[in-house]
Design a protein around this ligand. Structure first.
Ligand code: PMP
Length: 401
């Protein structure tokens, strides 16, 4: 299959130049089959799920539940009811932090996060800690962007209740050793949540092999529509957590005196879900599996190495995140130029990159910088696009020095 041809938006021209889309860590573009799944749903299937006695409702429910099985297989979860649909990674982490916090966090307890987390895996835990009188402990990382495992081991004590770390850093691209991090947490009888927002479209994820207790990701970063995400949780733990939001399908019986709750996964799916987007997620998984996640990783690694080698020749360039084990994210600065200026000049040449703190302000503080320019590749990017990008950087760099 010719990958690039599947993405109509990649034919777009910006300022009269062909679009070079290198902002894939923020969101990936969508292949035609995902767009078709979405329009197909609204053209011929739209109805509310689980409730109606009619044909369309039954069909939509069937497709929605089939997607749950598809996701279960995709990440190798043991049970389909361990897959909870949310709006995205942020909502998935908030769900766990709020419910886990309510059930297990008390005054004096501790939650371990890493120094390279996205705000979405910091702030929900801070909120939970504030409510309980608990506090965050932070795993430091090296200049290259590698987590300090010895320090991590030293953070555990009798107050530690949960660990929350990302699989891949959205700013540094580091692939963290999640199996090792999980096994260390479990040696202390502490559960672990993995933020998989930046790994799910690049690395084959097997939640049973990792052994983690929660794994969260967003559809829109893996070729699916915005508005759908996943919270995977181990059955035993999910059963112990209270519901998150109330209403809709999450109940068994409601009286004014007492409400009892539905079984998994419906206990955590209050209100009408984004059904069309969920069906789009199924299509995105089909797309990824047609190519093969390993092949996607190989294409992206080759592009990253190619770009990185050429970028190193640019005078004054500084890289942030040079861990040996990385995905296709390159964060950099040119001399003392403000990242926003670099991004704006690239934009005028048709190249879309991300600039700023990337919702990881603690990483910026760690390096003492205001932000970075971030180029991130997906499987539809090409070496020709990298060449355009390098030529643009070579043109821009002397203007900014
Ligand atoms: N965690 C990481 C590592 C991310 O990169 C992102 C998105 N930038 C998120 C969490 C939040 O994802 P979303 O905005 O889709 O909820």
């Amino acid at each position: 299959m010719e990958i690039r041809k599947q993405f109509p938006i990649l034919d777009t021209q910006v300022y009269g130049k062909p679009l070079v889309y290198f902002d894939n860590a923020a969101t990936t573009q969508k292949p035609q089959q995902v767009i078709d799944a979405l329009t197909g749903y609204y053209t011929s299937l739209n109805s509310n799920i689980h409730r109606g006695a009619h044909y369309l409702a039954a069909q939509a429910t069937e497709e929605y539940e089939q997607t749950r099985i598809r996701v279960q297989q995709f990440i190798n979860a043991r049970h389909r009811h361990e897959i909870v649909f949310t709006r995205g990674t942020t909502e998935s982490i908030n769900l766990v932090a709020a419910t886990f916090g309510q059930r297990f966090l008390h005054e004096g307890d501790e939650v371990i996060v890493s120094g390279m987390e996205h705000h979405s895996n910091i702030v929900p835990w801070q909120l939970a800690c504030e409510r309980a009188g608990a506090r965050l402990r932070v795993i430091p990382f090296s200049d290259e962007g590698v987590l300090d495992i010895e320090s991590y081991k030293g953070l555990f004590n009798e107050h530690t209740r949960i660990v929350a770390v990302n699989h891949v850093s959205n700013t540094l691209g580091t692939i963290n050793p999640v199996e090792e991090l999980t096994s260390i947490a479990h040696q202390h009888n502490v559960p672990i949540l993995i933020d998989g927002a930046q790994s799910i479209s690049h690395i084959k994820v097997d939640v049973q092999k990792i052994g983690c207790d929660f794994y969260c990701f967003s559809g829109h970063k893996m070729y699916a529509p915005m508005g759908v995400g996943v919270m995977y949780g181990r059955e035993e733990l999910l059963n112990e957590l209270p519901p998150y939001q109330g209403g809709g399908e999450m109940i068994k019986d409601v009286t004014f005196e007492k409400t009892t709750y539905n079984e998994l996964p419906f206990k955590f799916e209050a209100g009408t879900p984004s059904v069309g987007d969920v069906l789009g997620l199924k299509s995105a998984i089909d797309f990824m599996e047609e190519i093969g996640v390993e092949n996607i990783h190989a294409i992206e690694s080759e592009l990253t190495e190619y770009a990185f080698a050429k970028m190193q020749a640019i005078e004054g360039i500084r890289f942030f995140g040079t861990a040996p084990n990385k995905t296709s994210v390159i964060s950099f600065l040119i001399g003392e130029a403000h990242p926003y200026d670099v991004g704006t000049l690239l934009d005028k040449l048709g190249i879309a990159v991300r600039t700023g703190h990337h919702c990881t302000q603690p990483i910026m503080d760690r390096y003492g910088i205001p932000g970075t320019v971030r180029a991130s590749f997906a499987c539809y990017n090409t070496k020709e696009e990298v060449d355009i990008f390098i030529a643009a950087l070579n043109r821009i760099a002397p203007m900014l020095m």
